[in-house]
Design a protein around this ligand. Sequence first.
Ligand code: UD1
Length: 362
Amino acid sequence: MQKVKLLLVAGARPNFMKIAPVIRELKRRSEEFDYVLVHTGQHYDEGMSDVFFRDLGIPAPEHHLNVGSGSHAAQTARIMTAFEEVLQKEAPDCVVVFGDVNSTLACSIVAKKLEYPVAHVEAGLRSGDMRMPEEVNRVVTDAITDFFFCTEPSGVTHLQQEGKEAGRVFHVGHVMIDNLLHELESLPPSTAPTPDGGFGVVTLHRPSNVDSPDVLSGIMSALAQISERLPLVFPVHPRTRQRLDAMSYVPPATIELTTPLGYRDFLQLWRRASLVLTDSGGLQEETTALGIPCLTLRDNTERPVTLSEGTNRLVGSDPEAIFAGAAAALAQAVTGRRPELWDGRASQRIIEHLARELRAHH
Ligand code: UD1
């Protein structure tokens, strides 16, 4: 039987932990599948890219497009131009894109125009906020996707409402949770001391939180107030670092700023935290999976299962609301449960569906 050939697209940090378990599954089924990994180079720093490939055991990509940073249009255009050439050369049976970053959007458009089927892992999520670049990426990618793989029921509902064919929409669970559970199995017990009373972990990188000095300084003052009760560790994303440097920000002794951490170092940190404060998408879900209280510094989330079933709470960007949210989370235990199908087997389900769907068209 002829093998099915998949082309997997990785671009930015949140893609890497989603691709790793899919590659593990493809290797397990190497008699049926070939795959090619393309890294667009949207994220390129050692700490934003290489460390994840090493930590997660992702093989070196067959193609690196080296696109780097730029405005949305410039970055998307560079990815599209470079990817078109690679795609024509590789001629896969299907292009698999992950999440909602610019690389996801750019490569799905190129694939569709060259008439390759597109599979979208993490399809159907909607924040309803079109000012978020990721929301544009999600809506456009899903408009041209052929196979939709959803992490939670809201994804399926949105795609139904948008009129997608039911037989192409699959609720499979979450590949990022596959990876989390896999990594936890081999993570040594942490030897780092935990301060009495615990500590909190912060991540911030959304343009809506960090690009305006007023909003960012308000958030930093709320964090300073929280840190008087709960010391905070804050690995700083490059976008946020630029903004803090521009404000000549000096943290109080109770907030420790670090460089971005690799996957395993970061996991070792946040899994011991009493509270996570973040505007990341993935961390809302990972904290839900491990039952760690999470405050999301946004007004909305495209991942509502983390609110209805998990440990996530929306607090927005207002300093008083952030402080009140932290006080409430510390005063009363936050409980939740792991959403349906977040069981470590999403990658298996995705590859099984693709095997069936793509063979039918072979
Ligand atoms: C991107 C994604 C976002 C994701 C985030 C995770 C889009 C639209 N946004 O946002 O969804 O949550 O990644 O990190 O795709 N930079 C570096 N080194 C790097 C990468 C970036 O210094 O390796 C700096 C550059 O100055 C760049 C800025 O960070 O201009 C922003 O990077 P960019 O990839 O444009 O967006 P992110 O904010 O990282």
